[in-house]
Design a protein around this ligand. Structure first.
Ligand code: 6R9
Length: 646
């Protein structure tokens, strides 16, 4: 039996959703999705309210996902304009810089004005509805301004995380054929400068990127950069004298809002496409109910806007709800390990949302840096990105939240747009390590390898049997890949790529990816991407990459590398290869371990058996299983003997 933390009755009394509400609304949401989601859509301001609610087929031969298809609205107007009457002077964004002395706030009216001016700037530069715009910025308010300005004029933004390399940036520019890029001179993280504009310059020298006409540069550090005329323009100069009025473009519910590239089991990262209305209904509703949002809450999600969490739960969900959002451009350990809690105290944060990897890194430093702060403003704590181990959960609950704050462990994905399995803090008893129960409208199921649905307490692969409004609609430019990736494995269902266990109370416990995706500090890294970066080195013949245990990151990257005949492995070459991966993809994909492999375990048809490599990387050589189908069983012996984690 796992530990249970029942809902605190005092919390439940004031909560938006209580136990009986959850049961009643969940039943309604799955029995009458049209009725339920019609009612939920009324939370937004529509230009034309929808009459058709759900139009979905999961049949691979005729796959389509449409919500609210005859409705019209504008996402930015829902995040800004409609708040002006009542919340014009309310703080929308509290910016907290890398340097603790740098703080800036924007009210809803100021944010609205800046978004309108920037939307006009984009229009003047020839950006039109449907054009793609790449955003490569630090966690500064201009990132939210840029996203909302795109939404206002109907341009499709594609945010690229500032930690990605010029090559990764170039491949995203090439795939999206972006017309314009918005970046900053430099980023600042933990006191160190990141050459964002320099990276953009480098990426634009790569093939396939000549769709870009303009680069807009926000002055962040004032560092020296090269401005290439007429391509490069300063944000602050362009904004001078721009009109503060910009009528929001009427958008169809299913018009694209953004693409965001994410790693899968095979090939290059794919452009996950989200559309307008369903996404905003879903992100705003899940945000409001999961964080039991109140008018005076100060909400802080530490995710970067380069990830889906930054889209749905820093920008769109919270701003659609008229919340006050902290945007943090720093790191948890700078200037010291108390930083998160100092920021909580400084801005009186009530709702705090971060990742297990950050919690584990802070836990390792002991309780003192936490206890040096008050944290008494905190009401709810959240986590996302990977399974949270019960030790980290308990530390977060006991030390950070002083057993006063429920923890919402939100399970979801770039593809899902918003939370699918999550506690509602006034309704659902908590179990450390479990994301608990499905949100309204979500029908999870657990299937075995053959696709047979399992009943009761069981474990297997997690699928979702029906659609919800926040679901991705397609892979940008490659609809077939969307169908093949998510709807072929278990026909009639959306396949999540995750394994899960369901316990006797119907609670879900996510066990992690079951495909070739490694979850490093909550970031998805495709094994194929790392392998292709390794084999790009002229001395490398072949590489296979698997996940391994890592105390802080959750999973680390373990690479097996075979060199060309005549080459020998050295520490120097190892460093070179790791540096190569950093350069091709970014620091987050750098292997933690690199083992020389005279050969790789392969089937007779030449397929690398990652299952065996995973066991070696897990230091479980006694669990290799059946190796009889290997072309050359001898290679395993060498790899086991020389394994790097013992
Ligand atoms: C939101 C986000 C998605 C993958 C997902 C799963 C893992 C996310 C989790 C979790 C256990 C949670 N994941 N949240 N695993 N418990 N609360 O992280 O999106 O970057 O697309 O990653 O992350 O494996 O499939 P994304």
């Amino acid at each position: 039996m796992s530990e249970i933390h029942p809902v605190d009755p005092a919390f439940a009394e004031k909560a938006r959703i209580r136990k009986d509400d959850y049961q009643r609304m969940y039943a309604e949401s799955v029995q009458d999705p049209d009725g339920f989601w019609k009612r939920m859509s009324e939370r937004l301001d529509w230009i034309t309210p929808p009459t058709k609610i759900k139009n979905v087929s999961y049949d691979p031969a005729n796959l389509h996902i449409r919500w609210y298809e005859d409705g019209q609205l504008n996402v930015a107007a829902n995040c800004l304009d409609r708040h002006l009457a009542e919340r014009g002077d309310k703080t929308a964004i509290i910016f907290e810089g890398d340097d603790p002395n740098e703080t800036r706030t924007l009210t809803y009216r100021q944010l609205y004005t800046e978004v309108c001016q920037f939307a006009n700037t984009l229009k003047n530069l020839g950006v039109e509805k449907g054009d793609r715009v790449v955003i490569y910025l630090p966690m500064i308010p201009e990132a939210a301004v840029a996203m909302l300005a795109c939404a206002r004029i109907g341009a499709i933004h594609s945010v690229v995380f500032g930690g990605f390399s010029p090559d990764s940036l170039a491949s995203r520019i090439a795939d999206s054929k972006a017309k314009l890029i918005i970046t900053a001179d430099e980023g600042l993280r933990g006191g160190k400068k990141i050459p964002l504009k320099g990276n953009v310059d480098e990426s634009l020298s790569r093939p396939g990127t000549n769709s870009v006409e303009t680069v807009i540069v926000v002055r962040r550090t004032g560092g020296a950069i090269h401005m290439q005329s007429p391509r490069d323009r300063w944000y602050h100069t362009l904004m001078e004298g721009q009109s503060t009025a910009c009528a929001p473009e009427p958008m169809n519910a299913e018009d694209p809002l953004f693409t965001l590239y994410t790693s899968g089991s095979t090939g290059l990262p794919k452009g996950v496409l989200h559309t307008s209305a369903g996404y905003l209904v879903y992100t705003s509703l899940t945000h409001e109910l999961t964080f039991d949002l109140r008018e005076d809450d100060i909400y802080w999600c530490t995710a970067d806007v380069g990830w889906i969490t930054g889209h749905s739960y820093v920008v769109y969900g919270p701003l659609a709800n008229g919340a006050t959002v902290v945007m943090f451009d720093g790191v948890p350990n700078y200037p010291d390990f108390s930083r998160f809690w100092q920021v909580v105290d400084k801005h009186k944060v009530t709702l705090f949302y971060t990742a297990p990897t950050a919690i584990r890194a802070l836990m390792r430093e002991g309780d003192a840096p936490v206890k040096a702060t008050s944290r008494k403003s905190l009401r709810i704590l959240g986590t996302v990105g990977e399974p949270i181990n019960p030790e980290a959960w308990n530390w977060y609950y006991r030390v950070v939240g002083e057993e006063r704050c429920p923890i919402v462990d939100t399970w979801w994905q770039t593809e899902t747009g918003g939370f699918l399995i999550t506690p509602l803090p006034g309704a659902i008893d908590l179990k450390p390590g479990s994301a608990t129960l499905p949100f309204f409208g979500i029908k999870p199921a657990i299937v075995d390898a053959e696709g047979k649905v399992q009943e009761g307490a069981c474990s297997g692969n997690l699928v979702i049997t029906d659609s919800w409004p926040g679901q991705m609609r397609t892979v940008y430019g490659d609809h077939q890949r969307f169908v093949d990736t998510y709807f072929k494995a278990y026909p009639g269902n959306y396949f999540t790529g995750d394994g899960a266990r369901r316990d006797e109370d119907g609670y879900y416990w996510i066990t992690g990816r079951v495909d070739d995706v490694i979850n490093v500090s909550g970031h998805r890294i495709g094994t194929a991407e790392v392998e292709s970066a390794l084999v790009a080195h002229p001395k490398v013949a072949e590489a296979a990459v698997v996940g391994c245990h890592h105390d802080i990151k959750g999973q680390g990257i373990y690479a097996f590398v075979t060199l060309n005949a005549g080459e020998t492995g050295s520490e120097e070459l190892k460093k070179e290869l790791v540096a190569g991966v950093r350069k091709e993809i970014g620091a987050i994909a750098a292997p933690d371990h690199l083992q020389w492999a005279p050969g790789l375990p392969k089937t007779r048809s030449g397929k690398i058996m990652r299952r065996i490599l995973r066991k070696i990387a897990e230091n479980a050589p006694d669990q290799l299983g059946d190796v009889s189908t290997l072309a050359d069983p001898g290679v395993v012996k060498n790899l086991v003997e020389k394994r790097l984690i013992k």
